[in-house]
Write a protein of this length. Structure first.
Length: 594
């Protein structure tokens, strides 16, 4: 398996995004610049926990997995709700989609087989408080009820399915904790019609089909049963009837769960038993007992035999209350340091469709667990190191950010600005492992702010263990026009006989950091001002002449001029005006004679 990552280029900062954003959201260029090999080294496997599934107080007794029509399914066999079906979603995480049976059954185990011969995989459920059940598969992970079989009081504890008599559909072998072993043979209609009892009525814990005798073939398999008091190998006659193999050296060890698989690849199935003292047997044709597999001395609840590392020979995993131990290599040596968390049941499944089998652990009394085969990481990389923008008060600046993803895990990022004037077009990124990048806008709104530099952060919470929480700095410069006037007030005198208006110059200066348009307005008839807007750049000034008109009436007149800006945030400046108009008279010359 090879993983490649992209290198992204392109950073754009924009102002006034309402006008230009549609032109800026471009397709990011991918330049594949390197690869990381995920192939396992010799005799090495690595598993990493990625998530929990099921319910917090779930009572899982067994987990089985099946692959059908290109899709993996997991069946959660539960004490409190019979069986529930799950399938991996696009992130490789389980989604429930079906529940079958009820809580009264106290389901303990299940087995997969094709019982009615339609090519779809069915499920046989082992119940401790009800009859056992057959659920017929539709080929899509859903099931319909087929039949009940067995006796309620027998308290089924273990079950397996395989071809036992060479005819009709698959058959079932049942371990009852309160009675004998039972083999149920299917008839031509797919029903469990023939019950064949074997062994002691004192009860058994588990049972498994397998090719363990020289004469056995895949269409007529033997079975191995475990109990608290001993173990038994039952040989198939070839027609679906069985006899206890008394040639075996006494198999007096006890067991809770049994798995029959060909560990040493010699064409004969071997036996692995999980119990108080877990153990295994290499099959040497007619003898099992003298060929005990070493190293298994754990008190285990279940055992899994499967090839994880793609080398010759499978690995063995023993799940215990507090840990799961992994063994591998030709001699099934313990992988140094390779222990996972514990549980009650274990199975293998490819949850993320990468052709590597992953581990599912069932827990009675808590969430179930998934451990992914290989390193599971989603590295979250930020192309930009900061957000920088500037805008006038009342407008918005935007910057386009990119998040790049490496690794083979779920892409999950929560985006939270720490100030109200910062917003993002994305607040949660939740994408499948194939999703490699995303671009989104950060908007910085200067509405209601004062001029000057503003500093804050955007907080990114990710599922990247190396960068779980990342804060990206935001620097926002708010610009604003600021006006001064000279004079700040106007006082003038005119006579009623004046023939021309009095012109008063008013200087307006922009001492701020943003450009603006200005003009002077009035609301009385004896003052006239220009009507055009005048552009003032930062540091610029202009002189506007205000015309004070003569009045036919003498007296004192007052009003205010208003220096206005086209920026809504900038308040007008009031200039008080006082105009005194004097009257006129006729004065005769005074003549003084001596």
């Amino acid at each position: 398996m090879t993983l490649s990552w992209p290198f992204f280029i392109g950073v754009i900062t924009v102002k006034r995004p309402n006008f230009v954003r549609l032109f800026l959201f471009f397709t990011v260029l991918f330049l594949f610049v390197g690869t990381v090999s995920a192939s396992p080294a010799s005799e090495q496997v690595f598993f990493e926990s990625i998530y929990l599934w099921g319910t917090s107080g779930g009572e899982t007794n067994e987990v089985l997995t099946l692959f059908e029509n290109g899709t993996w399914y997991a069946i959660d066999v539960r004490e409190d709700s019979s069986i529930e079906a799950y399938t991996p979603d696009q992130w490789g995480e389980f989604s429930p989609f079906g529940a079958y049976g009820g809580s009264a059954e106290h389901s303990r185990d299940a087995a997969v087989g094709d019982f009615n011969g339609d090519g779809n995989k069915d499920v046989a459920v082992c119940n401790a408080n009800a009859q056992n059940q057959i659920w017929l598969g539709a080929g899509d992970g859903t099931f319909t009820f087929g039949q009940d079989f067995g006796t309620v009081g027998n308290q089924c504890s273990g079950i397996d399915a395989a071809q036992a008599d060479g005819v009709n559909g698959d058959d079932v072998v049942v371990a009852n904790s309160n009675d004998q072993l039972e083999v149920w043979l299917t008839d031509a209609t797919g029903l469990m019609a023939t019950r064949l009892p074997y062994g002691s009525a004192t009860g058994y814990n588990d049972v498994a089909f397998g090719v363990m005798k020289n004469g056995a073939v895949a269409t007529a398999q033997d079975f191995f049963a475990v109990s608290d008091s001993g173990e038994e190998l039952w040989a198939n006659s070839g027609t679906g009837t069985f006899s206890l193999d008394t040639t075996q050296i006494s198999l007096t060890r006890s067991g809770r769960k049994v798995v029959v698989e060909d560990i040493d690849l010699d064409g004969r199935d071997d036996v692995l038993v999980a119990g108080l003292i877990s153990h295994g047997y290499h099959n040497q044709g007619d003898l099992l007992g003298t060929y005990i597999i070493p190293s298994f001395e754990h008190d285990a609840n279940d055992v899994l035999v499967v090839n994880f590392d793609e080398e010759a020979g499978p690995e063995v995993l023993l799940v215990q209350d507090n840990q799961t131990t992994v063994y591998g290599g030709p001699e099934l040596n313990w992988y140094s340091g390779m222990t996972l968390s514990g549980g009650d049941a274990i199975a293998a499944i490819d949850v993320d469709d990468d052709s590597d089998l992953d581990i599912v652990i069932g827990v009675n009394g808590g969430y179930n667990k998934v451990f992914k085969n290989g390193l599971v990481r989603t590295a979250v990389l930020f192309q930009e190191t900061a957000v920088v923008g500037s805008a006038e008060i009342g407008s918005v600046a935007s910057q386009l950010l990119h998040i790049n993803f490496l690794g083979n895990g779920r892409r999950l990022v929560s985006i939270q600005p720490l100030e109200s004037w910062v917003t993002t077009t994305e607040t949660l990124i939740d994408q499948a492992p194939t999703f490699m990048s995303i671009g989104f806008f950060v908007d910085m709104d200067a509405t209601g702010l004062t001029s000057g530099e503003k500093n804050s952060f955007i907080e990114f919470k990710t599922n990247d263990p190396a960068n779980e929480v990342v804060r990206m700095p935001v620097t926002f410069t708010v610009t604003a026009a600021e006006l001064t006037v000279d004079p700040v007030s106007i006082t003038a005198t005119m006579s009623t006989i004046d023939t021309a208006p009095l012109l008063v110059p008013v200087r307006i200066t922009n001492v701020g950091t943003a450009s603006t348009y200005v003009k002077i307005t009035e609301n009385v008839s004896w003052i006239s001002t220009p009507t055009d807007w005048i552009l003032l750049e930062p540091g610029g000034s202009t002189v506007i002449e205000v015309s004070l008109l003569k009045s036919a009436t003498a007296g004192e007149f007052t009003t205010s001029l208003v220096v206005q800006s086209n920026d809504a945030y900038l308040a007008g400046i009031s200039i008080p005006v006082t105009l005194t108009v004097t009257g006129y008279g006729i004065f005769l010359p005074l003549i003084v004679r001596p």
